[in-house]
Design a protein around this ligand. Structure first.
Ligand SMILES: Nc1ncnc2c1ncn2[C@@H]1O[C@H](COP(=O)(O)OP(=O)(O)OP(=O)(O)O)[C@@H](O)[C@H]1O
Ligand SMILES: [Mg+2]
Length: 349
């Protein structure tokens, strides 16, 4: 006859993560697998709402489903046909499959037992390829906005000023007006060059990651007046890396540095890159104004949807890594990314 302790051991031995959740959505117990999957210790998460394990953007929908399940309990896999996302303590999300069974425990008949599995490899592949498509789409949106803001605005102004110039009879005034236009053309040329560099990054292709980063940091000072204190210890791995991994690291640092330089209201920011245990770690930190980290992808105050933050995370995940952002208003921003070092030939999956 098995004892209660034996049953506890069975619970702990399950290869799947398991949670026991009561009818109010409070986590009453979890096994070791669940604790390591979500990054919370048992003491930290027991007694909390199960919502803490659900990304903020789907919380209210999740709450509705949960209440419906509580009213009519039955065993079922959750979110059939939907790619479910779960939230770790460090803020990263990951795809999961969840099954719910009515607990019918002696101490609380309305408990629900949730069994959680990280999504199987092929589903994850499908998810990654969709992520890739979305990233490309985001990139296009980003590009169209840049073209609109940087270039179209200039052309419109240029047309008006050009018209005025034609009508101007006073030679001196005409020359002054031309000087203004010439200046604006120069600014536009610089803007377009910056865009091209942002798109192609020839530095990265020709000279590798470390040198491309050095240019990026110099540009941050030249263009935005922000000094980057950099500590880059990657030389010995950069050449041996898969080009996609290199590109992901570069783009993440580029976006985080640009954000620090344009949004944080600081005169300097710090970038650390190092490699250890088969991983590359990147940290971009500023002591600036920080911000309210809502769901990425929601419209910002001025109505535009920033694609930078979402893009950074997608890039890290697309090469098998992860990314966290730590920030709040008034307390600076730290972006941390870690990606596995994958050689050019090696299969990642
Ligand atoms: N380091 C930072 N310091 C302060 N605010 C930041 C920082 N990084 C991001 N933000 C805030 O988060 C918002 C979203 O950033 P995100 O990079 O997604 O968009 P964006 O920079 O506005 O536009 P883009 O799509 O060109 O990157 C920013 O508009 C800004 O308000
Ligand atoms: Mg940005």
């Amino acid at each position: 006859m098995l004892t209660d302790r034996d049953y506890r051991a069975v619970f702990e031995a399950s290869p799947d993560a398991m949670l026991v959740v009561d009818s109010d959505g409070v986590i009453r117990d979890l096994n070791r697998q669940a604790s390591s999957m979500f990054g919370w210790s048992r003491e930290e998460i027991e007694g909390s709402g199960v919502d803490r394990l659900v990304p903020a953007g789907v919380r209210s929908r999740h709450g509705q489903h949960r209440r419906r399940q509580a009213e009519a309990p039955r065993a079922r896999p959750m979110g059939q046909g939907v790619e479910l996302q779960a939230l770790r303590k460090d803020g990263t999300t990951f795809p999961v499959e969840i099954s719910l069974s009515p607990g019918e425990l002696a101490s609380g008949p309305e408990h629900v037992i949730c069994t959680i599995r990280e999504t199987s490899a092929w589903k994850r592949m499908r998810w990654l390829s969709r992520t890739k498509l979305e990233a490309a789409e985001n990139e296009r949106k980003h590009l169209s906005r840049e073209l609109h803001d940087e270039f179209l605005q200039f052309l419109v102004a240029f047309k008006i000023r050009g018209r005025l110039l034609v009508d101007e009879t006073d030679r001196e005034k005409r020359e002054r007006a031309w000087a203004v236009i010439a200046d604006e053309i120069l600014t536009a040329i610089r803007g377009v060059k910056r865009m091209i560099r942002g798109l192609r990054s020839p530095k990265l292709e020709q000279q590798g990651l470390v040198s491309a980063l050095a240019t990026l940091f110099r540009d941050a000072r030249k263009v935005h007046g922000v000094t980057i204190r950099a500590s880059v210890n990657l030389d010995w791995v950069a050449d041996e890396l898969d080009p996609l991994t290199v590109l992901a690291v570069y783009r993440i640092v580029q976006e985080a540095v640009t954000n620090a330089a344009t949004h944080a209201r600081v005169s300097e920011a710090a970038v650390t890159l190092r490699s250890a245990d088969g991983m590359i770690f990147a940290e971009i930190r500023d002591e600036g104004c920080g911000f309210e980290l809502s769901d990425p992808g929601v419209a910002l105050e001025d109505g535009h949807v920033g694609v930078g933050l979402v893009g950074m995370r997608e890039r890290a995940e697309a090469v098998g890594g992860s990314l966290t952002i730590q920030t709040s208003p008034g307390s600076g921003t730290t972006v941390r990314a870690e990606v596995p070092m994958v050689g050019p030939e090696r299969e990642q999956w």
